[in-house]
Design a protein around this ligand. Structure first.
Ligand code: BTN
Length: 281
């Protein structure tokens, strides 16, 4: 539908508005599903992918009633103030490639946010922070066929023009938005178009040039390495210094007994803001 024929509220992220001037080659160029309200764009993208939707399909919503975060947490999605989107990807790779996708998306999101003038940082594995507060998050999900990826869904949430009082009290001191950090509104449509370009570029770089360029760029945005971190794993907890990222994207954490832990996935809390403080005692 042309933007002129679309009767939804001005500022709504309709397919016509998104496609107008979108400079990607394939991402968001075929099917775009845009909702005023949906439970979760990731859930909808998974449903569409199961029905055969092609790679590059985009699902976007003005608000989500059951936005999903990592580790079963909710993603607060106030109406009209954030970006809530999911893309369907069909990478021709095996299952062990999949963790690379989230780190790659982190670089793309941080790169798009940096173009607004903000100073984003990445917290391993894929939180986007500004001044130590969370401004965005990434939820990657996949369905595997034997050991191959049948499809992946890459979900991204960014607090764009969210006001302080739109965050529930429980996260008010932990979250921020681009508006709060820059002191001005940011165009959601321009940010979305720029994000889609960055995603396409970094995804193609991952497929063609491998993971090293992504890791290099990830390190430029990194806020985790060198810090004391507490990692919550399903059955245990590790406290130590986040020492390095490995070539597969896993995090190496050295505890005070000098034991090195290889973290594949987990909930990471930055304990010290001072990267030189190290582990004491
Ligand atoms: C996290 O940091 O915990 C990940 C948050 C991911 C939120 C986005 S919003 C769009 C997409 N749809 C969802 O239900 N979740 C992701």
């Amino acid at each position: 539908m042309s933007p002129a024929l679309d009767k939804r509220l001005p500022g709504t992220l309709t397919p016509g508005v998104i496609k107008q001037g979108l400079k990607t080659r394939w991402l968001g160029q075929s099917a775009i599903f845009s909702f005023d309200v949906i439970e979760s764009t990731n859930a909808e993208a998974k449903r569409l992918a199961q029905e055969g939707a092609q790679g590059g399909t985009l699902v976007v919503a003005d608000t989500q009633t059951k936005g999903q975060g990592r580790l079963g947490r909710p993603w607060v999605s106030p109406s009209g103030s954030g970006l809530y989107l999911s893309t369907i990807l069909r990478p021709a790779h095996s299952a062990n490639w999949f963790p690379r996708l989230a780190l790659t998306a982190g670089v793309a999101v941080a790169s798009a946010i940096r173009k607004t003038g903000a100073m984003p940082q990445l917290k391993w594995p894929n939180d986007i922070l500004i001044a130590d507060r969370k401004v965005g998050g990434i939820l990657t999900e996949a369905v595997f066929d034997k050991k191959r990826i049948e499809f992946a869904v890459l979900g991204i949430g960014i607090n764009v023009n969210t006001e302080q009082d739109e965050f529930p009290l429980s996260i008010r001191n932990l979250a921020t938005s681009l508006r709060l950090s820059l002191g001005r509104r940011v165009s959601r449509i321009h940010l979305l178009q720029s994000l889609l370009c960055q995603l396409e570029e970094w995804y193609e770089s991952l497929n063609k040039g491998g993971f090293d360029p992504i890791l290099e760029s990830w390190s430029e945005f990194d806020s985790t390495l060198g810090r004391v971190v507490e990692v919550f794993l399903p059955e245990s907890r590790v406290v130590g210094v986040a020492e390095a990222l490995q070539s597969d994207g896993t995090l190496l954490v050295r505890d005070k007994e000098n034991c090195l832990h290889r973290i594949l996935a987990g909930d990471v809390v930055h304990c010290s803001t001072d990267r030189s403080s190290g582990l004491k005692g």
